[in-house]
Structures are given as structure tokens and as C-alpha cells.
Design a protein around this ligand. Structure first.
Ligand SMILES: Nc1ncnc2c1ncn2[C@@H]1O[C@H](COP(=O)(O)OP(=O)(O)OP(=O)(O)O)[C@@H](O)[C@H]1O
Length: 227
């Protein structure tokens, strides 16, 4: 089956600093992510995993090259249009959940949908469905501090996909969890991706988890390479 490329990086360059302290992190990096696949990004610390995710997720501009989301080139877009693409097409998950402490799990997941203009009713129905997919429906009314680390991350993943994005980008989403919980959280993430046809790029230091994904890529001398 031929699958669509939902995210493409072409000739992406990213440098930090200038002169003697200049660091070239991404050097003409190319990468394509297809709908329905889960790809592991595994590379040593400091090689540019977060940088790649930030550029791919339109949080940072590359110094050169193009980021294409669902066939639309994003580098020429105004900041306003980039924000709109980011909100509709991309979901982010970080190592730490960044949930809003004063709101319940359900309300945290409703938030991005309310910002996108859905009614409270629509948002709460979808949020409850996502909590069920993540197997934490029984925790809907709990606040983040009342949840375990694994449960917090499952809420964060549900929030990231609340607006039905095309691409899920995750920066060590299980990096803060013990190995068993990491696998349990990944089980839920995988089920969600498979049922929704989303594409996911997941940075991880966990080789066992990476082995469960469809493909593995690394960053080698500033370029993305399969391994
Ligand atoms: N805003 C910045 N200014 C200067 N240098 C930066 C900046 N952001 C990142 N770097 C440097 O770029 C390199 C890549 O950073 P990045 O966070 O992408 O690595 P990483 O592979 O995600 O690392 P880790 O696995 O430790 O999270 C690092 O050497 C980092 O110090």
C-alpha cells in the first residue's frame, strides 16, 4: 500500500551560535514520515533530536531547507499561518507532561479543542473518548497531581491528539517512567495511532521501545539516517 507523506524535511539546516562557538546541528537533513507509521528517533544526547522535532513541528525555523506538512510548504508562511498549521496538524508530547494543574484530566484534554472553537459539549465527548482509548476513563475527574506518572503521560498524549492532528511528535515521552510503565504508555499510544491513522515521530533513548516501532532513524553528522 502506498502511503502519503505527511511530514517532509528537505535540506534542513540548523545552526546555533556564531564564529568559534557555532554549532551545526542539522546539515542538509532529509526525512519523510508517512501516514500511519510510528518512527523512532534514537540518537546520542546533544545530536539534535529536540532540534529536529522543533523544526518539524514548526516551533523553530530552519536556517535553510523546507518543512512540508501534508503537501504544504511551511517556510514561506506567515507566523499566523504557521501557528494555524501547527494547531491543526501537529500534536506534541514532551518528557514532562505540562498538564495544567488546576484542571482535571478531562478538562486538560478539552482545552485545545475549546481554543479551536468547539463547544464544551463536543470537546468533552471527544476528551472522554480519548481517555477511554488511553485506558484511563476512570481518571477523568482527577487532577494531574492525583495521577501516576504513566497516567499523566497518557493524558498528555490524549491532549496532543485532541484536535485530530496528522502528525504526533514526541520528545522522550516515556523518559521519566520506569521501563514497565514506559511499555504500558507506549501500548496506549500505539493503539491510538493505529486506530486514527496518525503518523508519529518519537525521540527515545529506550532501545526496547524503539524496536517496537515501524522504523528507526538516527542523526548522524547532522543528517537523518535509517538504522
Ligand atoms: N537555543 C540554543 N542555542 C544554542 N545551542 C543550542 C540551542 N538549542 C540546542 N542547542 C545545542 O544543540 C545541540 C542539540 O541539542 P538538542 O536539544 O536538539 O539535542 P538532543 O539530541 O535532543 O539531546 P538530549 O538527548 O540530551 O535531549 C546541543 O549541543 C545543544 O546544546
Amino acid at each position: 500500500m502506498k502511503r502519503n507523506v505527511v511530514l517532509q524535511l528537505s535540506g534542513v539546516e540548523r545552526h546555533y551560535g556564531q564564529g568559534d562557538t557555532r554549532l551545526s546541528i542539522l546539515k542538509s537533513a532529509d526525512f519523510a514520515l508517512h501516514s500511519g507509521e510510528i518512527v523512532a528517533l534514537v540518537a546520542p544526547s546533544g545530536t539534535g533530536k529536540s532540534t529536529l522535532l522543533h523544526v518539524a513541528g514548526l516551533l523553530e525555523h530552519p536556517d535553510a531547507g523546507e518543512v512540508t506538512i501534508n503537501g504544504h510548504a511551511c517556510e514561506g508562511l506567515s507566523d499566523e499561518k504557521r501557528t494555524a498549521v501547527r494547531r491543526s496538524d501537529i500534536g506534541f508530547v514532551y518528557q514532562f507532561h505540562h498538564l495544567l494543574p488546576e484542571f482535571s484530566a478531562l478538562e486538560n484534554i478539552m482545552m485545545p479543542q475549546l481554543i479551536s472553537g468547539l463547544s464544551r459539549k463536543e470537546a468533552s465527548v471527544r476528551a472522554a473518548q480519548l481517555l477511554d482509548y488511553m485506558r484511563i476513563g476512570h481518571r477523568a475527574d482527577h487532577r494531574p497531581t492525583e495521577l501516576s506518572g504513566g497516567e499523566q503521560q497518557r493524558v498528555a498524549i490524549a491532549r496532543a491528539v485532541a484536535n485530530a492532528p496528522l502528525v504526533l511528535l514526541a520528545d522522550e515521552p516515556t523518559g521519566n517512567l520506569d521501563p514497565e510503565t514506559a511499555h504500558y504508555v507506549f501500548d496506549a499510544l500505539e493503539a491510538l495511532v493505529r486506530q486514527s491513522g496518525l503518523a508519529a515521530l518519537i525521540a527515545t533513548h529506550n532501545h526496547d521501545l524503539a524496536a517496537r516501532m515501524d522504523r528507526r532513524v538516527t542523526i548522524n553528522d547532522g543528517k537523518v539516517a535509517e538504522f
